[in-house]
Design a protein around this ligand. Structure first.
Ligand SMILES: N[C@@H](CCC(=O)N[C@@H](CS)C(=O)NCC(=O)O)C(=O)O
Ligand SMILES: [Fe+2]
Length: 234
C-alpha cells in the first residue's frame, strides 16, 4: 500500500507566491517549500493542525519579490534550512546540488539544477510532481534579467530537464498571477506560450524584450533571503 501523505498548497496574496507543505503521516515529519515571512503563523498552524513536525525548510531560489520565513521557522521549530548551492545562502544548513535528496520518512525530494530565472535556481522532484519555483510557471516562466539570470539557460533548463520528465508529471509553480494552481509537463509542453513552438533564439529575444519593472521589494528581499530572511547579524 502507498504511504499516506499530507500535501498542502498555500497562496500568499501579496506576492502571489505558492508555498507547499509535504508531510509523511507515518513519521509525522514535514518539509515546507518557499515559505513567506508574513505567512509564518498560517504555516505553523497548518503544520500543528496536521500533527506534523517541520524537519526542513526548502528554497527554490533566493527570491527577489518576497522574504522567506526559513530563518524564523528554523528558530521556532528546529527545522534545518535547505537552499540551492549556487544561490549563495551562506547560513543554510544544507546546500543542495544536482541530484541531492532530502527525505522525510519515506518521502524524498530530489534536486534538479535549473539555472535561468536566477543562476542558482533549482526545481524539486517529488513522486509524480515537480516543484518548479520560478523556472516554469503555468503558461509562463520567471523573468531572467537579474541575479545571474539567463534566457538561454532557462530555455535549456526547461527543455532538457523539465520537458524530459513524463508528460503526466504534475507541475507546481512558485507563483501564479492568474489563479491557476497545477498543470502537467505534457500540457506545458503543448501550450506554454513561452516554449511551445519556440526556438531557443526566439525565446531569448522574447525574454530580452520584456523590460519588466524591477520587483518592488528586490533590494530588501535578495540580501534578506541570502540570510534566510533574517536581518543581518541574526
Ligand atoms: N510586480 C511584482 C513583480 C514580481 C516579479 O518580477 N516576479 C518575478 C519572480 S521573482 C517574475 O519572474 N515575474 C514574472 C513576470 O512578472 O512575468 C513585484 O513588484 O513584486
Ligand atoms: Fe523569483
Amino acid at each position: 500500500m502507498a504511504a499516506a501523505i499530507i500535501f498542502e498548497q498555500l497562496f500568499d496574496e501579496r506576492s502571489s507566491t505558492l508555498t507547499y507543505i509535504v508531510g509523511d503521516v507515518a513519521s509525522g515529519e514535514a518539509l515546507i517549500i518557499d515559505p513567506v515571512d508574513h505567512q509564518i503563523e498560517r504555516d505553523l498552524a497548518v503544520l500543528a493542525s496536521r500533527g506534523l513536525t517541520l524537519r526542513y525548510t526548502v528554497e527554490t531560489h533566493a527570491h527577489a519579490d518576497h522574504v522567506t520565513s526559513a530563518g524564523l521557522l528554523r528558530q521556532r521549530t528546529g527545522a534545518l534550512a535547505a537552499a540551492p548551492f549556487h544561490c549563495g545562502v551562506a547560513p543554510a544548513d544544507l546546500h543542495l546540488e544536482e541530484g541531492v535528496v532530502i527525505s522525510i520518512g519515506g518521502e524524498t525530494l530530489k534536486t534538479i539544477e535549473t539555472p535561468g530565472h536566477t543562476a542558482g535556481s533549482v526545481c524539486y522532484l517529488w513522486r509524480d510532481a515537480v516543484f518548479t519555483g520560478d523556472t516554469l510557471f503555468i503558461g509562463g516562466c520567471g523573468r531572467t534579467d537579474f541575479q545571474g539570470g539567463s534566457a538561454g539557460d532557462l530555455y535549456d533548463s526547461v527543455i532538457t530537464r523539465l520537458f524530459s520528465l513524463p508528460d503526466a508529471t504534475r507541475v507546481y509553480p512558485g507563483h501564479d498571477y492568474q489563479g491557476r494552481r497545477v498543470s502537467t509537463i505534457g500540457v506545458e509542453k503543448r501550450t506554454n506560450p513561452r516554449f511551445a513552438g519556440k526556438s531557443r533564439d526566439e525565446f531569448i529575444a522574447l525574454m530580452n524584450g520584456l523590460h519588466l519593472p524591477k520587483p518592488a521589494l528586490m533590494d530588501v528581499a535578495v540580501p534578506a533571503n541570502r540570510n534566510l530572511g533574517l536581518p543581518p547579524g541574526d
